[in-house]
Design a binder for this molecule. Structure first.
Ligand SMILES: [Cu+2]
Length: 151
């Protein structure tokens, strides 16, 4: 004899239905004064620091340079695309200090994760930890704009 019956689906027992009946409350729901647990709101600066930050080491996947045209107008080159966890080095070989500021038109975004000076002759490496498109500008030179795309 073959034991051919073993493949059938087991009948599900309906016992779970009875367990989902909510027990009715035995008294009026008193509106107790809510005890405000002081949940520490993540400060913007902490949230930012986790998105991008000045790196301690200068190993970068891409480079953005300060450029200057024949009329003397500064700009950033780019954009560049990197992977999350990688870094971008900003290089300034021009005779003026600039800023690496997350934002547009010379204005830092409210949640800017980086807003730092880029002195003449300096290089600053920024590490990006979260995917997204990061726009950068320069305080003294609002037309200076570029972006870093983090995949
Ligand atoms: Cu500038």
């Amino acid at each position: 004899m073959l034991g051919a019956g073993a493949c059938g689906p087991a009948a599900t027992s309906p016992t779970n239905a009875a367990q989902s009946i909510a027990t009715s409350s035995t008294g009026p729901v008193t509106a107790e004064p809510a005890t405000l647990i002081p949940t520490p709101a993540p400060s913007p600066s902490e949230a930012l620091a986790s998105r991008c930050a000045v790196a301690s080491e200068a190993t970068a996947a891409a480079t953005i340079h300060v450029t200057q045209d024949k009329l003397g107008i500064f700009d950033y080159d780019g954009p560049v695309t990197i992977m999350a966890g990688q870094s971008v080095t900003f290089v300034n070989t021009k005779a003026a200090p600039h800023t690496i500021t997350e934002g547009i038109n010379g204005v830092a975004a409210d949640d800017a994760c980086v807003d730092t000076e880029l002195a003449t002759g300096a290089a600053v490496t920024i590490t990006f930890t979260q995917p997204g498109t990061y726009q950068f500008t320069c305080h003294p030179h609002p037309p200076m704009q570029t972006s870093v795309v983090v995949k």
